[in-house]
Design a protein around this ligand. Structure first.
Ligand code: BEZ
Length: 217
């Protein structure tokens, strides 16, 4: 069984190219993003890591640490980081886990289906699929998204989802489809109209169960 939303993530001690870390300590009071990728020195992965490196200031603004994961070793990660900087134009200033024994990949269920078949596993199946885990300061999984090996992730969407989580959890609201920062949010159904007015001020009723409001501050 993989990790489910609101599960506390396993507090594993892992080897990274920046040293050994225990996940809960590394997260501390921050938000965190763990993102797995199949293999070092591969084309799609290199563009993805470049994209994460380019967003360094955005992660910092959101109080969020990022950590990559692959089944290659520390030596490979260190050499590959130079390629990532060359291709992406930004230094990857975040740790990458060297998950050679697949401990983390298995604990977080990052391997493809074939890797779990007794006779079906090939060397390729030990490569992780592309998973993003967004974890809160409470060490609980808030969101995950999984992509196959041949489709690179959209890190603008990861950033948008992080904004939505921080707003929804921090302000006690929900966010509508395609929401971005500054747009109206949804008042939860747990509040009646009077409670909603008291908490948020005047709001718009689109349908009895769909009430929208702009957030101040
Ligand atoms: C990639 O392009 O990221 C990739 C290619 C082959 C295997 C794994 C990853």
């Amino acid at each position: 069984m993989g990790l489910r939303i609101n599960d506390t993530i396993p507090n594993l001690t892992v080897t990274t190219d920046e040293g050994t870390v225990t996940l809960h300590d590394w997260i501390g009071d921050s938000w965190a993003i763990l993102f797995s990728h199949p293999k070092d020195f591969t084309p799609v992965c290199t563009t993805e890591f470049g994209a994460v490196a380019q967003l360094a200031e955005e992660w910092a603004k959101r109080g969020t640490k990022v950590m990559g994961i692959s089944v290659d070793g520390v030596e490979e990660h260190l050499r590959w980081k130079k390629d990532i900087e060359t291709a992406g134009g930004a230094k990857p200033a975040f740790p990458i886990v060297a998950d050679k024994d697949l401990t983390l990949s298995k604990a977080f269920d990052m391997l493809p289906a074939e890797a779990y078949l007794p006779e079906g596993a090939t060397p390729n199946d030990t490569a992780t699929v592309r998973v993003v885990f967004i974890i809160g300061p409470d060490k609980k999984l808030k969101l995950s998204m999984t992509y196959p090996m041949n489709v690179g992730r959209n890190f603008a969407e990861v950033l948008r989802a992080l904004d939505a989580l921080q707003t929804a959890n921090g302000r006690g609201v929900a966010t509508p489809a395609n929401w971005t920062v500054g747009e109206d949010v949804i008042i939860p159904l747990s509040l009646n109209d009077a409670q909603a007015e008291e908490k948020f001020g005047p709001f718009t009723t689109v349908l009895p169960y769909l009430r929208k409001v702009g957030l101040k501050g």
